[in-house]
Design a protein around this ligand. Structure first.
Ligand SMILES: CC(C)(COP(=O)(O)OP(=O)(O)OC[C@H]1O[C@@H](n2cnc3c(N)ncnc32)[C@H](O)[C@@H]1OP(=O)(O)O)[C@@H](O)C(=O)NCCC(=O)NCCS
Length: 325
């Protein structure tokens, strides 16, 4: 019954894929907010195999059966900083395994000789993987970004005195000025949103709202008004979601939200969200997604307060000699 840990080989790819897909199918059967993207071996095997081809992995075996794997590889992200990255499909443990298995896999992975070291470890964990999440916290990881989603089936907008409507073409410049303030908010303390890891296209920068946001049926933008002033906006767009496990089917994702500080705490953000969710329902999607930095106090509070449940948690651990004794 003893557990064996060893370095992951190419030949392990298929067992690792089966392990992941089994867990993912179960997860999806319990929560349909997880899309059908990663329920087939055909989708997952190439991801694992490609990651392993330039990375390193560890597997855990019990009685000759694989009960867990974890692999990471070096990539450039976080504003050009080298990091070792373990995406959500690059680790899994068999249902019912010991609660510390992910932590033990990670410890072994850190000890693989000849692996290039980087100053940041990043991993993505399914939010329902409590024990994996807790293992990473115990090893020094913290929350960095949350990909969340909410069901909008049966959504009914609240009643609000706040005026919300779509901007006219001539008002788009004013929306872009607010969008520039959103970018500033995200780039400055305390958020410090990192620059995009090019290979994943996440953490995207500011948007330029052009006419397509008014004419395209896959895009939607709303503004809140007070007299002649535009006080805030919220936008959403159908598209292939990232990361991989949220990519398909095409779901509406909230892309931007900003309220002039003097209009915060007044129900305007909820009126904007009601308009966006009304559009989501009208266009036939049962779900809506959003991502936000956990270092954004206003943003993270707002989405969690409004029924967006965390689906994936991106976690980071900084390796810095200055933290040493
Ligand atoms: C995110 C954002 C749009 C949310 O708007 P907001 O008005 O701050 O958020 P809320 O509607 O949740 O309101 C905040 C407070 O006002 C209260 N409030 C909301 N509606 C209210 C109303 N009608 N009457 C009285 N109080 C109200 C809330 O309860 C909350 O109070 P609390 O923090 O003490 O619990 C806004 O904070 C913002 O523009 N932030 C900067 C940009 C940003 O982070 N965007 C998100 C990127 S992911």
């Amino acid at each position: 019954m003893s557990m064996i840990f060893r370095e992951m080989l190419k030949a392990d790819t298929s067992d690792a894929t089966s392990l992941f897909v089994e867990r993912y199918k179960d997860r999806r059967s319990k929560n349909p907010l997880h899309p059908p993207t990663l329920i087939s071996d055909d989708a997952v095997l190439p991801l694992i195999s490609e990651w392993l081809s330039t990375g390193h992995g560890v597997v855990a075996e019990q009685d000759g059966e694989m009960v867990g794997y974890l692999l990471g590889r070096q990539t450039t992200g976080m504003g050009g900083l080298d990091m070792s990255f373990t995406p959500e499909w690059a680790h899994a443990t068999k249902a019912g395994s010991a609660g510390d298995l992910t932590g033990n896999l990670y410890t072994r992975w850190c000890r693989i000789g000849g692996r290039p070291e980087s100053s940041l470890h990043m991993t993505i964990v399914f939010a329902d993987e409590k024990s994996a999440h807790d293992c990473f916290v115990q090893k020094g990881f913290g929350h960095h970004l949350i990909d969340g989603g909410r069901v909008v089936d049966g959504f009914k907008p609240g009643t609000s005195a706040v005026q919300v409507s779509q901007p006219t073409a001539t008002e788009l410049d004013r929306v872009n000025a607010l969008d520039a303030k959103l970018t500033d908010h995200l780039d400055q303390a305390p958020v410090y949103r990192p620059a995009s890891p090019a290979s994943f296209g996440r953490f995207s920068g500011g948007h330029t709202y052009d006419l397509s946001w008014i004419t395209e049926p896959t895009k939607s933008i709303w503004v809140s008004r007070e007299g002649d002033a535009i006080t805030g906006f919220m936008s959403a767009e159908y598209g292939p979601q990232r990361p991989s496990s949220l990519k398909y089917p095409s779901l509406p994702q909230i892309e931007g939200a900003f309220l002039d500080p003097s209009f915060r705490g007044s129900g305007s953000a909820n009126a904007l969200l009601d308009a966006v969710l009304g559009w989501v329902v009208e266009t036939g999607s049962p779900y809506c997604t959003v991502d936000f930095e956990t270092s954004n106090p206003e943003g993270s509070t707002f989405w969690l307060r409004n029924d967006f449940q965390p689906l994936l948690i991106t976690m980071t651990r900084r390796l810095d000699a200055r933290y040493g004794a």
